[in-house]
Design a protein around this ligand. Structure first.
Ligand SMILES: *Cc1c(COP(=O)(O)O)cnc(C)c1O
Length: 380
């Protein structure tokens, strides 16, 4: 019998690449180490020779990639002696903040837009004992309030403007390179505040430089929080592609959007906090931004669930929706390797799923005849 050391989260795993001290008390729920699933049916459906992988971040402890950032942000907040954290959230950040604060034994205040967060996320924030402040305003308004109040109250902001968030989130890129043996040709993400696309680029840059060092070009993202500096690029890096929801696409408009609207509530953000960084990621990587309609997003979510058995939330499907379109139109050439980040789990938003599934739900009599008929009909 072979023993493997118990997996205890991404800070332990990548300790030498994160701003952590030997005696830092690590606040972890075993986040990271998520599956990289190779799509086996969808490339056939679209008739293209491409290697598409989905990084299923919905399998993190609270069901989204936010856990990667939150383990770092809360660990560092506790290390600094903070007794409370605060965030504005479209839902997943509040779920992660609530859970990690519970784990750490500190208080979490979460500001969410009233009526605009998915049911699962609200349930998480409530169950983990955070103090939920539903504001009559959208995410962007909540974000401004959080920034203002943190100047006057003893609370640590754990939105992605907290640099430790991106440090934790960069580890997703490490995992991908380690599993594929190289970086993919293209990495597609849904973009809201653009923290995650920035964090992935930091990760790829660190990994691609000699001896795992940070490349100089990317260092400016880290506000001095990276453990590495200097070093030449030796490995490949992907083109980074950021897809937004059409009703909430400031990067496509080239300007902030004041009243963003989309079914993909996790990316219903009109004033991205990592605006400058994301443009730099696009330039440096040779990638692009594009937008997907709500219909395209929901179609990709359903396709993935039906053809591959992978259930992600609407915002997450934006990466796949965009990637499939760019594969079909040849912008992403055949023969490419592509990773799409699936940022959150489908169970986060059961209402949207049930509404859009069209539902093969049949109400029948509890009789053998009725069931037999249903099977014959279903196989026809
Ligand atoms: C937070 C979130 C995003 C957007 O990530 P950013 O770093 O804000 O760009 C996308 N999808 C889901 C499910 C999220 O929770």
């Amino acid at each position: 019998m072979h023993f493997r050391p118990r997996y205890t989260g991404l800070i332990e795993r990548y300790r030498d690449r994160l701003p952590i001290h030997d005696d830092t008390r690590i606040i972890s729920l075993g986040e990271g180490n998520t599956p990289l699933i190779r799509l086996s049916n969808i490339p056939r459906v679209i008739g293209k020779e491409v290697d598409i992988y989905v990084k299923y971040e919905g399998l993190n402890p609270t069901g989204s990639f936010k856990d990667r950032g939150m383990t770092m942000a809360v660990t560092k907040a506790v290390e600094a002696g903070s007794r409370a954290i605060i965030c504005a959230s479209t839902g997943n950040t509040s779920a992660a903040a609530a859970a990690y604060a519970a784990r750490a034994g500190i208080t979490a205040f979460v500001l969410i837009p009233e009526g605009k967060i998915a049911m699962g996320k609200l349930a998480q924030a409530m169950m983990h004992g955070s103090i939920v402040l539903q504001i009559r305003g959208n995410f962007d308004a909540g974000m401004q309030l959080v920034k203002d109040v943190a100047e006057q109250a003893p609370v640590t902001i754990v939105n992605s403007i907290n640099p430790f968030r991106l440090q934790g989130q960069k580890t997703a890129a490490f995992e991908i390179v380690e599993e594929l043996g190289r970086a993919p040709d293209y990495h597609c993400l849904p973009v809201g505040n653009a923290g995650n696309i920035t964090a992935h680029w930091i990760g790829y840059c660190e990994y691609s430089s000699a001896s795992g060092d940070h490349v100089t070009a990317a260092c400016s993202y880290c506000n001095g929080h990276c453990a590495y500096a200097g070093g030449a690029v030796v490995g490949n890096r992907p083109k980074m592609i950021g897809y937004q929801a059409a009703g909430s696409a400031p990067f496509m408009r080239g300007a902030m959007v004041d009243n963003p609207e989309t079914v993909a509530t996790a990316i219903r953000i009109g004033h991205p906090q990592s605006w400058e960084q994301a443009w730099k990621v696009k330039e440096e990587s040779g990638g692009w931004f594009d937008e997907c309609s709500d219909e395209e997003i929901l179609a990709a979510q359903k396709l993935l669930a039906e053809k591959e058995g992978v259930f992600c939330e609407p915002a997450s499907a934006t990466s796949l929706a965009g990637a499939l379109r760019d594969v079909k139109n040849g912008k992403i050439p055949e023969g490419s390797s592509i990773v799409c980040t699936l940022t959150g789990h489908g169970l986060k938003d059961p209402d949207t799923a049930i509404q859009q599934s069209g539902g093969n739900v049949h109400t029948i009599d509890a009789s053998l005849d009725a069931v037999r008929k249903a099977i014959l009909d279903g196989m026809a």
